[in-house]
Design a protein around this ligand. Structure first.
Ligand code: ATP
Length: 261
């Protein structure tokens, strides 16, 4: 028997000491997080907590001021060419090439990942069908609704079959039928050994879908672990408010009384 201590398995994503400042604003203030391989990981936090900034640095979209990111052990910033194929990314609020049709955009995403047209074509059809975008595949993305744009960008993130999916608010503006289709895709992906990291403001969704969650506030992780552990018997929303909320204090807008006018 070996007397060596077993080494912990390499996480799908390892974030260490991430820092990002925008002028005088510190968006991310030394953030550490391990996302276990095979997990369905939710990242939650109040508006402006640093979630988008963190996920952008974790996926090679935004250069950190300090810190390190590894995806399955591969350094995202030192070796971006090796890390990129492992990652599928749905960014929030980035410019899309919207003068392409949906089908062209998926094709373009596949070509950027070095895929051949022969491999891309059937996958593109599968994705358009699965995301209920078959008819819209021939329409310019500029003419898409917010939810359709979200779905086509998700298709672009999936086409090269990455190992880790990082999705910034994937359900925002998406209708319930499409949300169900996306959930099925993501659940199947995790069941097949993939890792999903998503940010969301919907605690019920994170509680239902995710097995792990990190609560981010003021650019740091204030709680992380299994959803059961982080919820601590209170339900995730209650725990979230307890960790980052201002309690039950609400300013009254006394002037907002239509009947008193
Ligand atoms: N490009 C930028 N230039 C200047 N400040 C920025 C920029 N991007 C983010 N910030 C600031 O960094 C902080 C964190 O923003 P970030 O978008 O990461 O938060 P978030 O947790 O994703 O918020 P939300 O839940 O509202 O989407 C905020 O104070 C924001 O104003």
């Amino acid at each position: 028997m070996s007397d060596r201590a077993p080494t912990a398995p390499e996480p799908a994503l390892r974030l260490r000491g991430l820092v990002k400042r925008f002028g005088r604003t510190t968006a991310v203030a030394g953030l550490d997080l391990d996302i276990p391989a095979g997990s369905f990981y939710g990242v939650v936090g109040p508006n402006g907590a640093g979630k988008t900034t963190t996920l952008s640095m974790a996926t090679g979209l935004l250069t950190p001021d300090a810190g390190e990111v590894r995806v399955h052990g591969v350094d995202v910033w030192a070796t971006p060419g090796a890390a990129a194929p492992l990652l599928g990314v749905l960014p929030d609020g980035v410019q899309v090439f919207d003068r392409l049709t949906g089908a062209e955009l998926i094709g373009y995403a596949g070509l950027l990942r070095g895929m051949t047209r022969e491999v891309i074509a059937p996958r593109r059809e599968d994705l358009l069908t699965a995301l209920d975008l078959k008819a819209a595949g021939r329409t310019l993305v500029a003419d898409y609704s917010a939810g359709m744009t979200k779905k086509i960008m998700l298709a672009c993130a999936l086409v090269h079959a990455p190992r880790v999916l990082v999705l910034d608010e994937p359900f925002e503006a998406v209708d319930p039928v499409s949300a169900r289709a996306i959930r099925a895709i993501l659940t199947g992906f995790v069941a097949a050994g993939g890792t999903v990291v998503l940010s969301s403001h919907v605690m019920a969704l994170v509680e239902q879908m995710c097995d792990h969650v990190a609560v981010v506030a003021a650019g740091r992780v204030v709680a992380a672990g299994t959803v059961t552990d982080v919820s601590a018997g209170q339900g995730l929303e209650q725990r979230f408010v307890g960790l980052v909320g201002a309690g039950d204090r609400h300013e009254e807008l006394t002037w907002l009384r239509p009947s008193s006018g």
